[in-house]
Write a protein that binds this ligand. Structure first.
Ligand SMILES: Nc1ncnc2c1ncn2[C@@H]1O[C@H](COP(=O)(O)OP(=O)(O)OP(=O)(O)O)[C@@H](O)[C@H]1O
Ligand SMILES: [Zn+2]
Ligand SMILES: [Zn+2]
Length: 801
């Protein structure tokens, strides 16, 4: 008897375990762990992943597997284990973990076919398949299944004669081109040659030389012929025209100048040597490459990757979605050409699937991609790089709530290879580990070519107000902008809109009202004119006057890019402005187009949000302006200061990266705040020390662990009651050292028509915590089934809302 353990595609607590199914005889030896199947489940038929194949089961009367969806496993053993690890550490359902590893196309509607890999290999097909395939290049999966040719097909796929392809129903793009190929054998074609007219002869010789189908457009262009000779050849039966699949290549219209490795600076060489030593030794290590902006981290990555490829291994480079700019992609494409696959959210479902398939079939050795690229199904990993490792987008905010850094380290340990975390502003967690020697610190303390860091001027907006300037532009920033226009140089203006507009700040003195217990900003609630702490529930009435200076200018903050653009048009009517925000970059390719217009100097000022903070490298940008440094500083989030420091440093880093020196103007109401003052001085270490002291004092990471539990329901009292019950239960289960805050209304108190309440656990050593949280999920999700309350648990929260 052969039995498969299957994780079915129903993300609920009750179904979150393997179910056993009988493997029918015809699939013995065919079904392997990591394949997807369909199985009967109650009255339904469900998809699922086979995670184990065994010889018997405790269960009697097993139902058989109905269909097999894959010809070869889509998840290898390592990824199956990784799924178990994610289930344990993030408390997700196993099915969510496995789904997260596959491209969306494999969850979408598709039609599966088996396709001949190359015409020449038709002869290698086993006889029974040969007659089924007959003259075709592909056959539907159902046909193979109906003919009972399972095993033969699987073997042919493993030998590379056939390929299993999911034809995704994708509107985004054509995936075939009309191509011409010889319809007869090479000998027959050569014999026919001398009886052909000149033009036709050229075509046949060309096809003979190429030995494969050639797109018709290309054929005609290369030979400079009309369609007539082709038509004639088709009529003679010497040539066939057919649709040939091409990968949807989002970069097809681009040509990449090949780039050569640069001669490294001593600091770069030293960092590289450490990394490559670890690659060659095949040992797992985690490096922190801490290099100031413009210090040449990318060059170190690229040369380290070269070593990995020389070893015959593969590499993954993770880049935050937001900095996966055409510029960044270009650098890797130029260096590594067709060896690179690129994965990011701008690709259509079909394009992503094509890139994934290149990896699965080992046609590429390098992946550059956003968070989920960490699951790239390489089997011989030689290195994983995480660029801008401090970015919070590496944490997924839905199930499985994984952090790419943890997944990278898990995989690298398994493959015996290094992880390289790179940043100019490492996260506190990471720098603390490097300081303790858990990670190895590699430093690039200076910019390339002895270029200095840009001069940063802090402008006190309270002073502007006092001098009667009510504009969102300070006099200093406006003067600097004018100067750039005169000199024909470029400027980048940054407006942070991720900020919340509900903190309460005095425009007179910059004072922001904070929770006395948690050291985070209080949030303003219009109902009842109150201010609340979203960690511990502390609340107080809205102050009519500033508690610090007595001013009545206590107001709420926040303005949009569009308003800034309008004001710019008034103040600097001759300036050509490109605005980049969610509104102007929604269309596919818009992002790229706007940036290339700026690069071509079709504009003087690039005005934008987060999306312009990173990865950009323009030679003529000599001024960076930050319009409101405070917005992020006062998020109700204990990482607000860290995020502010990182953002200011990254934005400033866009200035003066080439010959021309750069200047930065930061406008703020709180010029003395350490995160702003230290960012202006480019002093990461001082910031690190200062922030660590505060984290320790208030019991936050990296000194403490956090877990966030959120209960949501259409009715507020139901959500609140569930959160209360959970808090009470956790207080009983955990030791006195664990602090359980709340329940309180979440900062985003209502989402998708559901009210949200949360509790936060702060703990240091709490062996019981995973079990307790699992129990919470079990108990309250069972309740939820009738009550409608949903519980989410985040064991390493980054979104504190
Ligand atoms: N060894 C080198 N010699 C000459 N130029 C170099 C060298 N290394 C890097 N560069 C160039 O220096 C510039 C800055 O490098 P890069 O963009 O890699 O910096 P970075 O550390 O990634 O910066 P950021 O963190 O701001 O993105 C690039 O234009 C790059 O081509
Ligand atoms: Zn004040
Ligand atoms: Zn509080």
């Amino acid at each position: 008897m052969k039995v498969a353990s299957v994780i079915v595609d129903v993300p609920t607590r009750q179904t979150d375990r393997p179910f056993d199914y009988l493997i029918p005889e015809r699939w013995h030896g065919v079904i392997q762990p990591g394949m997807r199947v369909t199985v009967p489940f109650g009255a339904r038929r469900l998809q699922g992943f086979v995670i184990e194949v065994k010889d018997h089961s405790e269960i009697e009367q097993l139902k058989p597997i109905e269909h097999v969806l894959d010809v070869v496993p889509v998840l290898n053993e390592e990824l199956l284990d990784l799924g178990r690890y994610l289930t344990e550490t993030t408390l997700c359902f196993a099915i969510s973990a496995y789904q997260a590893m596959l491209p969306a196309a494999m969850r979408a509607k598709y039609e599966k076919v088996l396709r001949l890999a190359e015409e020449e290999r038709r002869g290698e097909l086993p006889d029974e398949l040969k007659s089924l395939v007959a003259g075709r290049t592909e056959v539907a999966w159902n046909e193979v299944e109906a003919a009972g040719l399972w095993r033969a097909a699987q073997k042919a796929v493993q030998q590379g004669v056939l390929e299993a392809v999911y034809n995704v129903k994708d509107k985004a793009g054509k995936k075939t081109v009309k191509s011409a190929a010889l319809a007869v054998s090479a000998e027959q074609a050569e014999q026919a040659l001398h009886s052909l007219p000149a033009r036709q002869k050229e075509v046949v010789s060309f096809l003979l030389k190429r030995g494969e189908a050639v797109p018709i457009a290309k054929l005609q262009a290369t030979l400079g012929i009309s369609s007539a000779p082709l038509k004639a050849l088709v009529e003679k039966g010497l040539v066939v025209v057919r649709d040939v699949e091409v990968y949807r290549d989002p970069y097809a219209h681009r040509t990449f100048q090949p780039s050569e490795p640069l001669a490294l600076t001593p600091a770069q060489a030293q960092a590289l040597a450490k990394i490559t030593a670890s690659v060659r030794a095949g040992e797992h290590r985690t490096f922190l490459l801490y290099g100031v902006t413009g210090s040449g981290k990318t060059e170190v990555y690229m040369q380290a990757i070269e070593e990995v490829l020389r070893q015959g291994k593969e590499a993954i480079v993770l880049v935050p979605e937001i900095s996966l700019t055409p510029q960044m992609v270009e650098r890797f494409k130029s260096r590594f050409g067709p060896k690179v696959a690129v994965l990011h959210s701008g690709l259509s479902v079909g394009e992503k699937y094509d890139e994934w398939r290149k990896i699965h079939r080992k046609e590429v050795q390098l992946v550059v991609g956003a968070r989920s690229a960490v699951f790239a199904p390489f089997e011989n990993l030689g290195m994983i790089i995480i660029d801008e490792e401090h970015e919070t987008s590496y944490k997924q905010e839905e199930m499985p709530r994984y952090h790419a850094r943890d997944v990278a380290i898990y995989r690298a340990r398994r493959h015996g290879c290094p992880v390289v975390l790179g940043s100019a502003t490492p996260s506190l967690e990471t720098f603390a580990r490097a300081a303790k020697g858990v990670y190895e610190l590699l430093e690039l303390p200076e910019r390339i070519a002895e270029r200095g860091m840009p001069d940063v001027h802090i402008v006190d907006m309270r002073e502007e107000l006092r001098s009667g300037n009510r504009s969102m532009f300070s006099r200093r920033l406006l003067d600097e902008l004018r100067l750039r226009l005169e000199r024909g140089e470029q400027a980048v203006l940054f407006l942070n809109r991720r900020g919340y507009s509900t903190f309460v700040m005095c425009r007179g003195c910059g004072y922001v009202i904070r929770c006395p217990h948690c050291d985070i900003s209080l949030t303003y609630h219009r109902a009842g004119e109150r201010m609340k702490c979203h960690y511990c529930g502390h609340e107080e009435p809205l102050a009519p006057r500033c508690p610090s200076c007595g001013s009545e200018h206590i107001r709420f903050f926040g303005t949009g890019t569009q308003k800034v653009e309008e004001e710019l048009a008034k103040l600097l009517p001759t300036a050509r402005v490109i605005r980049m925000d969610v509104d102007t970059t929604g269309r596919k390719g818009a992002h790229e187009e706007l940036l290339s217009r700026f690069a071509a100097k079709e504009a003087d000022i690039l005005l934008g949000t987060q999306m312009i903070a990173k990865g950009l490298d323009f030679p003529d940008v000599t001024l960076v302006g930050v319009l409101a440094a405070d917005t992020m500083l006062h998020l109700p989030d204990f990482r607000a200061a860290e995020k502010t420091f990182q953002l200011l440093t990254q934005v400033s880093g866009r200035a003066g990266r080439h010959e021309l020196p750069g200047e930065v103007v930061i406008q703020t109401y709180t010029p003395d705040h350490y995160s702003i003052a230290l960012a202006a001085r480019h002093d990461y270490r001082a910031f690190y020390r200062r922030e660590m002291t505060l984290r320790k004092a208030h019991g936050y990471p990296p000194y403490y662990y956090l877990a966030l539990i959120t209960a949501a329901h259409e009715e507020a009292p139901a959500a609140a009651k569930a959160a209360e019950k959970i808090a009470a239960y956790l207080r009983k289960q955990l030791s006195n050292e664990a602090v359980i805050l709340g329940p309180v209304a979440s900062p985003i108190a209502r989402l998708h028509d559901r009210y949200r309440y949360q509790c936060m656990i702060k703990y240091k050593r709490e062996p019981n915590v995973t079990a307790a949280l699992k129990a919470v999920i079990d108990r309250y999700q069972a309740d939820a089934a009738h009550g409608g309350v949903t519980i989410t648990v985040d064991t390493n929260p980054y979104m504190m809302m």
